[in-house]
Design a protein around this ligand. Sequence first.
Ligand code: HEC
Ligand code: HEC
Length: 156
Amino acid sequence: MNKSVTILLSALAVMISPSAGAQDAASGVQTLRGADAAATDQAPQEQRYLGKGPGSQNPITRTFSTQPPLIPHAVENFDVVTLQGNPCLACHGPENYKQIKAPKVADSHFKDRAGKTLSEVSPTRYQCTACHVPQADAKPLVDNTFRGDLRSAPKK
Ligand code: HEC
Ligand code: HEC
């Protein structure tokens, strides 16, 4: 048989083989929520966030250049972000950051999608915790071998 026809036929055999699903099990790939779709979800244990009130910790080293810096301080007891007020900006915004001695919200946060500079923080950056996350001492759900590229991280 012609070589390319043989390759095509064996590829087809793999695609329609009923054991394709079993191969996932054999390779050890498993669902994290369990295979029984009807079972009630187990809510994960609630974790306390680490860190004390703002003003008493060092920044956490960034692991790559475009990483949103991690929040080193506690975030409990802040007001919620609303249209009328944003507690994060009360400290990190351009008006107050100097008195509070908080890092100023990044210049990039004043640009709209087209790159035009705005006089206020862009609405696309208003929900700070969509990108900046507080810390918890939580065991990773799956092992991983991620290593940041410290060479590209901004020096702090
Ligand atoms: C009461 C003032 C205050 C409030 C409110 C506050 N922060 Fe902070 N934040 C600080 C200070 C001061 C630091 C410097 C580190 C420290 O001392 O904890 C900081 C550090 C950070 C950093 C680290 C920056 C870096 O370069 O590593 C991030 C990110 C951050 N805050 C995000 C937030 C977000 C998001 C919120 C709202 C959920 C928030 N902060 C609310 C005062 C505040
Ligand atoms: C869409 C994701 C995103 C959102 C939303 C966002 N940030 Fe950031 N932030 C980043 C990234 C990425 C960086 C680091 C790169 C840079 O400077 O732009 C950063 C940097 C910062 C820094 C460090 C500035 C510096 O000069 O080192 C502070 C402080 C900060 N953000 C605060 C905030 C606050 C407060 C909010 C909410 C008003 C917010 N960010 C919303 C992604 C985000």
